[in-house]
Design a protein. Structure first.
Lengths: 259, 353
């Protein structure tokens, strides 16, 4: 059974079709990188899969069509980490991570022992034990990123969608965050779909790459198959060299006259 | 071992800690005692406490008050203090609710135009439907209709004029709606000067000396709306993550926001129908609570109610005694304290959404 199955998924925003007949599957335990130039529809596609944007076509999560799932059932299967998560500065790390338990609670209920335990596990897994009582406003960018992932982990959804998870981090913290996600994927048996801008990192971490351009899937396969100089020239308008270093491919911008 | 121990004590929600709950309740009780004791006739705190004890059936305690004093206590002071408490608590918890729901630290029943809309609704009802509303029981309903129109207008104008996260835009829209509705209200009032003499002081906000009638009118509205808001207090925190993330956590954002706004607006309207337009309680009380307790909405909402009740009882004491025997409208008192406090709020956190 596929973790995510999309059939002819289209999203129209303000009269403009931003995602166009996307058909794709993501298997359980896979890490799929969603790449494409700015405005290709990556964010809209992630939101449609999360049930947050109306779409045509069918989206199935773990074999069940999205519309057959209630809001909370859906959120128990799938967590979304947006590109710029809102982190109210007055909340403590503990309070914020506990919010990940919302799909497991009835609207008027408050958290029980099981919820506290799930949040504690997530905090411990991300080495955040020392920060639990700190407010979000006092955290560094890297710490905040880990807290957001901890919230998604506390949600105990097996599918995690990430929109540019490393956009605001320096190169060291980017590697730490991606290493951590990869470790979590193994230990927590997660399926990861991440929209990514850094193609070298996408190639290093993802099992499979989905290249989106103007709302359509234009390539779908291993990093080596998708990340070719000609494909990147065509869809990104970029002049790049794709080289192999230590058995991994790297995408290097090439300086030259503008076309 | 150390890590395990740290985790065991670690994950908790601040909510309302017993210490702060106790402090808030103590503040409210103090305000109630001061509110009952203060006035032109000095009843004496000791005598008041003994009379309260006698009324509550504490064995061996007799009321030392004369029949006249007893009447002042039970027919004037106590209902007046209860009314101030209900209005203050309601305005404060409504303000905190609007702030959470609109992601806007500057939201307040007065600044959003809800109070002005409720005032217009109530004035229209008094002016044109005197028979249908001969009692005061349905006045809150007319006020609610006016207040709802105002909050919808303010939100729509604010959305059209700027991004949702821009907190100043919503307030500007609210102030625009408020001045328009206040102008309409003044117009209606001028055309009906004979029936609406009392409306003038009501616009400035003043608590009526009507004994238990208004307390009993207001109490059910406050009870129901406050219960709804406090029952949803955890969800208000989730809403503070923004619509997208709240929805991704399985919350029905529109329905939840609607329930909260309706509850806060009904409560505000009922309070306005009784007491007129009392400004700034809804913004300075939640901010004071935040400043001192530094808590999430889960703790902020109930604490705001308790502290707001105590605050307005004390403001009412000033209103009654500052120019005694004349009475300063209580809205003037809250504005005198509230406007500078609001300026401070703008300075410290106006920029944040």
């Amino acid at each position: 059974m596929s973790a995510i199955a999309l059939r002819k998924v289209s999203v129209t925003l303000g009269g403009r079709r931003v995602v166009s007949e996307v058909t794709a599957t993501v298997e359980e335990g896979e890490w799929v990188a969603l790449i494409g130039p700015n405005g290709a529809g990556k964010t809209s596609l992630l939101r449609a899969v999360a049930g947050l944007l109306p779409c045509d076509g069918t989206v199935s999560l773990l074999g069940t069509p999205l519309e057959a799932l209630g809001r909370r059932e859906r959120a128990q299967r799938l967590a979304l980490v947006p590109q710029e998560p809102r982190t109210p500065p007055w909340l403590t790390v503990a309070e914020y991570v506990l919010m990940g338990r919302t799909p497991h609670l009835r609207p008027l209920a408050s958290e029980g022992a099981a919820d506290v335990e799930a949040a504690s596990r997530a905090l411990a897994r991300l080495d955040l034990d020392d920060l639990v009582d700190r407010t979000l406003g006092t955290l560094s960018g890297g710490e905040r990123q880990r807290v957001v992932v901890a919230r998604a982990l506390a949600q105990e959804a097996s599918i995690v969608l990430l929109d540019e998870p490393t956009a605001s981090l320096d190169i060291g913290h980017q590697q730490q965050a991606l290493d951590l996600l990869d470790a979590l994927r193994a230990s927590e048996e997660l399926t990861l779909v991440a929209a990514m801008h850094d193609l070298t990192l996408a190639a290093q971490y993802a099992d499979r790459v989905l290249l989106l351009d103007a709302g359509r899937v234009v390539a779908d396969g291993t990093p080596e198959a998708v990340l070719t100089e000609s494909a990147l020239a065509r869809h990104y308008g970029a002049r790049v060299r794709v080289v192999t270093v230590d058995d991994a491919i790297a995408v290097l911008p090439a300086r030259g006259a503008s076309r | 071992m150390e890590a395990a121990a740290a985790t065991a004590r670690a994950v908790r929600v601040r909510g309302v800690t017993p210490g702060w709950a106790l402090a808030a309740v103590a503040f409210l009780l103090l305000a109630i005692v001061v509110g009952i004791a203060a006035g032109p006739v000095d009843l004496g705190v000791g005598a008041v406490l003994r009379a309260l004890g006698a009324k509550l059936g504490v064995p061996g305690v007799d009321s030392p008050l004369s029949p006249t004093e007893s009447s002042i206590l039970w027919d004037l002071r106590v209902p007046r203090v209860l009314l101030a408490g209900l209005v203050g608590g309601m305005l404060a918890i409504s303000g905190a609710t609007y702030q959470g729901v609109f992601h806007n630290p500057l939201a307040d029943p007065y600044l959003l135009g809800v109070a002005a809309g409720a005032g217009l609704g109530a004035t229209l009802a008094i002016a044109y439907l005197p028979h249908a509303l001969s009692g005061h029981e349905l006045l809150p309903l007319a006020a609610f209709l006016g207040g709802s129109v105002a909050v919808v207008l303010a939100y729509a104008i604010g959305r059209a004029a700027g991004r949702e996260r821009d907190s100043a835009t919503l307030v500007l829209a609210g102030v625009t709606v408020a001045s328009f509705f206040t102008a309409l209200q003044t117009f209606v009032q001028q055309r009906n000067t004979d029936t609406l003499q009392e409306v003038t002081s009501w616009i400035l906000g003043s608590l009526p000396n009507t004994g238990w009638g208004d307390v009993l009118t207001l109490a059910p509205y406050v009870l129901v709306t406050t219960t709804v808001i406090i029952a949803l207090r955890r969800v208000v925190d989730v809403l503070s993550l923004g619509d997208l993330e709240a929805a991704s956590l399985g919350i029905h954002v529109r329905r939840t926001r609607l329930a909260l706004v309706v509850a806060a607006t009904i409560g505000t309207a009922a309070a306005v129908a009784v007491s007129g337009l009392i400004a700034f309680v809804g913004i300075i009380v939640p901010h004071a609570v935040r400043l001192v307790v530094g808590t999430s909405y889960r703790g902020l909402l109930p604490l705001s109610f308790v502290v707001g009740a105590g605050f307005l009882i004390l403001a009412d004491v000033i209103a009654r005694t500052a120019l005694s025997p004349a009475e300063v409208p209580i809205g003037v008192v809250t504005a005198l304290f509230g406007a500078p406090a609001f300026a401070l709020v703008l300075r410290t956190r106006g920029g944040r959404g």
